[in-house]
Design a binder for this molecule. Structure first.
Ligand code: 13P
Length: 253
């Protein structure tokens, strides 16, 4: 049985005061949640938020990392540094990084490997744009994004990773994929990994991301290959995020 995961990607939001309020409320609710919970604040807040969640079941994740271990890379943060301040997860290949910061499939694969080299669990994001969706190219795009990582890291690396399917047209738009649409792509991703290693494919936790909210979470997470969510906007509201986490047992409990 795959244990569900709900990860909150705060993106570039928050302040020390906002974070304290949000994290206090999450920590208070965390013991009762039926899933692994990860919160991913902006890098500058990782240490402080890490202290706040230290005695709870909430884990800390970063939103990105540098593919290099150290050196003259102004503005970048390495996997070892993220580990050092208490992170145990890192989002890799988010569509905003791909689209706005030119991260290629090859670079994303290197970041995935860099994350694991310090013991971080990568949350690898894949997903098609609206144009690709309309062209019916979803599987082709997702396969290309996955294969770049499979080729560099090998299938065994997916035993220590999470994959998030985030259709770009559903991110921050209020327009989520339907449960059936999400399930179809998740099944495709699982089958692609399972074709290389059946046990790793079966155990891989696959998250859906894109306009997840309390009102649609149970239906999405109830799909057989949807093992939780990667939540943006709704992860900034404690009540809403807790309700999404509660929905993560997907009727399995
Ligand atoms: P929203 O939940 O705001 O659509 O964002 C999804 C996302 O990009 C999470 O990484």
């Amino acid at each position: 049985m795959r244990r569900p995961v709900v990860a909150g990607n705060w993106k570039m939001h928050g302040s020390r005061a906002d974070n304290t309020r949000l994290v206090d409320a999450l920590v208070e609710a965390s013991d009762a949640l039926p899933c692994d919970v990860v919160i991913c604040p902006p890098a500058v807040y990782l240490w402080e938020v890490g202290r706040q969640v230290k005695d709870s079941r909430i884990a800390l994740g970063a939103q990105s990392l540098c593919a290099e271990a150290q050196g003259a890379f102004t503005g970048e943060v390495s996997s070892g540094m993220l580990r050092d301040v208490g992170a145990s997860y890192v989002i890799v290949g988010h569509s905003e990084r791909r689209a706005l910061y030119g991260e290629t499939d090859a670079l994303v694969a290197r970041k995935f490997v860099a994350a694991q080299s310090s013991g971080l669990t990568p949350i690898l994001c894949v997903g098609e744009t609206l144009e690709e969706w309309e062209q019916g190219a979803t599987e082709q795009v997702v396969a290309r994004q996955l294969d770049a990582v499979l080729e560099l890291a090998g299938v065994a690396a997916f035993a220590r990773a999470i994959v998030a399917y985030e259709p770009v047209w559903a991110i921050g738009t209020g327009k989520n994929a339907t449960p059936d649409q999400a399930q179809a792509v998740h099944a495709f991703i699982r089958a692609r990994i399972a074709a290389r290693d059946a046990i790793i494919g079966d155990g891989l936790r696959l998250l859906y991301g894109g306009s997840v909210k309390a009102a649609n979470a149970a239906e999405l997470f109830g799909q057989p290959d949807v093992d939780g969510g990667l939540v943006g906007g709704a992860s900034l509201k404690a009540d809403e995020f807790v309700r999404i986490c509660v929905a993560a047992d997907g009727g399995r409990a």
